[in-house]
Design a protein around this ligand. Structure first.
Ligand SMILES: NC(=O)C1=CN([C@@H]2O[C@H](COP(=O)(O)OP(=O)(O)OC[C@H]3O[C@@H](n4cnc5c(N)ncnc54)[C@H](OP(=O)(O)O)[C@@H]3O)[C@@H](O)[C@H]2O)C=CC1
Ligand SMILES: O=C(O)C1=N[C@H](C(=O)O)C[C@H](O)C1
Length: 254
């Protein structure tokens, strides 16, 4: 049995992941960590200040982290110091935090880190890459994302991954976050963020040329798609060489 612990256990994603792990016959949910102590699916949730002691006591094989960027960096460092493999879904990291994470993980533990664990989004990313690579010059590009009213970071991690893919394929362009007033279009990529209600996660990329528009989009209807991908990654990451992996490695897409 693979021993799994969840950071952010009482949050929207932590709850969805805890349920899947507790229902799995191959995985053993050993506990959770959150800002306040509590319990989920019959196991204790300890407060964040007790993370080190929790890892020492429960000795998980893998820690799944869906929290918030500032907290996640410390959680990753603690897991790496305890030799615990990682699955990280938290988004909103700065470039400096990403580097801190890389240094904490490389040479120490295997870690799957992805801004989106849904199979559909991982295929969507490959389609965006293909479209950007094949379209001739001259298409204007716009990226749109929509999420629920409680999402803290913007643009979404998934949208940032889309922008990285586009930069790799069409060369670096300015990312223009919204437009207002007198704006003349250049070769920027427009980035547009919507927040409202209980939208689970929508992303779209528009390639607009003369007389035609190519639009690629993905819509998640339930957090189960992210949770099941994260749980799949948790089983996959055990026994891998130390280093940072993506969901494309888990799905064998690269
Ligand atoms: N990669 C992917 O596929 C997906 C990624 N995400 C990302 O996952 C993250 C969490 O999303 P979501 O579940 O909706 O957010 P929630 O706010 O519902 O959950 C986050 C939980 O983490 C808790 N938390 C904060 N600090 C710590 C800490 N130091 N240790 C342990 N727990 C802590 C929060 O407590 P409190 O509320 O008290 O602060 C909260 O309970 C976000 O960054 C989001 O963008 C979301 C969906 C899919
Ligand atoms: O916070 C969310 O909800 C989501 N966050 C991820 C992101 O920032 O891309 C993935 C998904 O879209 C849901």
């Amino acid at each position: 049995m693979i021993k799994v612990a969840v950071c952010g256990a009482l949050g929207r994603m932590g709850t969805a992941i805890g349920r899947l792990v507790s229902e799995s016959s191959d995985l053993d949910l050993v506990g959770g960590v959150d800002v306040k102590a509590g319990s989920f699916y019959g196991v204790p949730v300890v407060e964040a200040a007790r993370l080190d002691a929790f890892l020492e006591e429960t000795k998980p094989d893998v820690l799944i982290d869906f929290t918030i960027a500032n907290a996640s960096v410390g959680n990753i460092k603690a897991a790496a110091a305890h030799g615990v493999a990682l699955v990280v879904g938290t988004t909103g990291f700065s470039p400096e935090q990403r580097e801190e994470i890389r240094l904490a993980v490389e040479g120490h533990v295997p870690a799957v880190i992805s801004s989106n664990y849904s199979v559909g989004v991982n295929i969507f990313w490959t389609l965006i890459r293909e479209a950007a690579r094949r379209l001739p010059e001259g298409y204007d590009i716009e990226v749109t994302e929509a999420h629920h009213r409680y999402k803290k970071d913007a643009p979404s991690g998934t949208a940032k991954t889309i922008l990285e893919i586009l930069d790799e394929e069409v060369g670096p362009r300015t990312h223009l976050h919204g437009r207002q007033g007198m704006t003349e279009r250049g070769d920027e990529i427009g980035v547009h963020v919507i927040r409202g209600g209980d939208i689970v996660g929508d992303h779209a990329v528009l390639f607009a040329g003369n007389y035609e528009v190519l639009e690629l989009s993905h819509r998640a209807y339930d957090r189960a798609v992210f949770a099941s991908g994260a749980v799949r990654a948790a089983a996959w990451v055990i026994g891998r060489k130390p280093g940072v992996y993506g969901m494309a490695d888990v799905l064998n897409l690269s």
